[in-house]
Design a protein around this ligand. Sequence first.
Ligand code: ADP
Ligand code: MG
Length: 627
Amino acid sequence: MSGLTKKQKRTLIRIVLSAILLIPAWIITNHFDIIWWKSLIIFLLPYGLIGWDILWRAVRNIAHGQIFDENFLMCIATIGAFALGEYPEGVFVMLFYQIGELFQSYAVGKSRRSVSEMMNIRPDYANVRRDGKLVRTDPEEIKAGDVIIVKPGERIPLDGVIISGSSSLDTAALTGESLPRAAETGDDVISGCVNISGPLEIRVTKEFGQSTVTRILELVENSSSKKAKAENFITRFARYYTPCVVGAAALLAVLPPIVAGGSWTEWIRRALIFLVISCPCALVISVPLSFFGGIGGASKKGILVKGGNYLEVLSRTSYVVFDKTGTLTKGVFNVTAIHPDQCSESELLELAAYAEAYSDHPISVSLKDAYGKNIDNDRIREVKEISGKGVKAVVDDREIAAGNDKLMESIGVKCRPCHRIGTTVHVAINKSYAGHIVISDEVKPDSDEAIRALKAMGVKKTVMLTGDGKDVGESIAAQLNLDQVYTKLLPADKVGKVEELLDEKEHYNKKTALVFVGDGINDAPVLSRADIGIAMGAIGSDAAIEAADIVLMDDKPSKIASAIKIAKKTMNIVRQNIIFALAVKIAVMILGALGAADMWAAVFADVGVSALAILNAMRALSVGNID
Ligand code: ADP
Ligand code: MG
C-alpha cells in the first residue's frame, strides 16, 4: 500500500489490529459460556480501538451544536447494538465504516494527485549562468530580465523571449496538442512547455508568481472551491436528511411496541439497522469527486474549467455566440490592397503602422508586420485607442487616425468606400482623408468542424458578433453555416446583443445556457455577461484568464464541443451516482424497517454503495479521453 498518508496508514493499522482482536473474542464467546460483562469487555477492546475517534468526533460535534452528522449515526447505531447484546455486530459496523472512510480518503487523495500530475507543468529548476558555469536555481528566485538557459528535454521554467537558439516546443501538457511548435530567436515562449530539439537562451519577462504555469496551477487548484449546484444540493440535503432519518428511526423503535405491542428489542434492533443504512456518505463524497474528475479530465485536453458549477451549466448549452476576429478567424491579416489618396502606398502603410505602434489588436499587429521595419517610438505621441473603432496618435507632428468608418465619422472625416471585400482600415492625416488599407483574415482551419460538431450535439443556435463590416462578416457567416450574424458592433453593442440573445434563449428554454466565446481582447464584459464565458488562446493573455469561466489553452474552436461533451459526461456520472445511491439506500431502508435486512446487510449496503459510487466518480477523470 504505497501512496498512503500518515493518517491513512494509522487508520489501516487500527483496522488490522481490531480485526485481529475480534478473532479470539469471537472464539472465546462462541465456545465458552462466559458471563455477559466479560464478553462485553472482550468486544469493547476492538471497538474502542477502531471507534474512539468517531465517538470523540460525535461528542465534540454535539458540544458544538452540530448533532446530526454521520459520526453521530454510527455511534448510536453501534452503541445501540451493544445495548442489545449484539457485540460483534457493533464492532463490525464500526470496522466497516472505517474501511469505507479509508477508501474514500484514498480515492479523493488519488484523484487530487492525478489532476496535478496531469497538469505536470510545475518546473523544478532554472539554469542560470554563473562564472561561466550553469547553475540550477529555484525558479522563484529568478527576476524579470534575467537570462536562463533551457536545454533540450527540459521544461521551460518561466515566461520569456528567446534571445538565441531555435528549437521546437512540446506544448502537450498545456494544450493537449501533440504536434510540436517551432520557436526561434525573438519568439515569446511560455513556461510549462518542454524544449525538444535545441538549447535556448531566454530572457525572462515574468517572475514565477506571474508566469503562465503559476496562473494555470492556481486556477486548477481553486476550481474545487466553486461548488456546483449538485454539490450544494448534497450539503443541504445532508443537513435535513440526517435529522429526518434519526426521527424516523426513533418512531420505528417506539411506535410499533406501544401501538401494536411489538417486542421492544426487535423494533429497536430494526431502528438501529435503519440508521446504519441511512448514512449518506456515498453521496457526500462521490458528487464532489465526480466534478473534480471532470475538471481534471478537461485540463488534460487543454480546457481549464474554473469550477464545477460551470461544468453543470455548460452541459445545458443551447446557444453559442462567437466573436469573429481571433476566435473564428485566425486574427492574422494580410494586406490585400493599399489605396492612398494624398501620399504614396508605402507612406500610408508607414503612418498606419506608426499610429498602431502601441496597440495589441490583431489588426495593428498585422499592419506592423506588413510594414516590417523597426518603429521609432520617439516619433509617436498622444496615442489613444478607441476600442471597436481604431487608434489615434500624433506622428511627426501630424495627427493620424486609423480605423473603421465609425472612427472617421467621429472625427468628421468623410471616407471613400472600397469595392474590395475585406476589413478596411481608413487613414486620416490632420483630419483629412488619406486613403485606406484593405486587409483580410482567414477562417481558422477547424472553425467549420467546430460549428458542425456543435450542431451535431444539439446546439440550437450559433451566432457571430463582430465589429467588422457587413460584407466581411456575412461572407464568413455563410462560409461557416452560422445561423445568425451581427456586424458593425462596438464592444458595448456586443453586450446588448448578448442580452437580447439571452432573452430569446429564455423564451426558447429557460433551463438551457448561452455560451459566449471570445479571444479575450476587448470582450471581457461580454464574457462575464453570458451564462458561460469561454476565452480562447489563454497562452499569454491575462485578460482572458481573468474574465472567462472556461479557458481554452490553445485557440481551437473545436475544443468548445469537447468541453461541452466533457461537461455532459460528468453530469451523467453525477446523476447516476445520486440516483443509484438513493435507490439502493431507500430499498435497504425499507427492508430494514420490515425486518428483512439485518445489521450485516446494512453494513454491506453502505460500504458497497460508497465503493461503487466512488469508482464511478473516478471514471470522470478519464472523460478527457473522449473526442
Ligand atoms: P471583432 O468584433 O471582430 O473582434 P473588434 O471589436 O476588436 O473586432 O474591432 C471592430 C472593428 O474596429 C475592427 O474590425 C476594425 O475595423 C476596428 N478596429 C478596432 N481596433 C482597431 C485598430 N487597432 N486599428 C484599426 N482598426 C481597428
Ligand atoms: Mg475580438
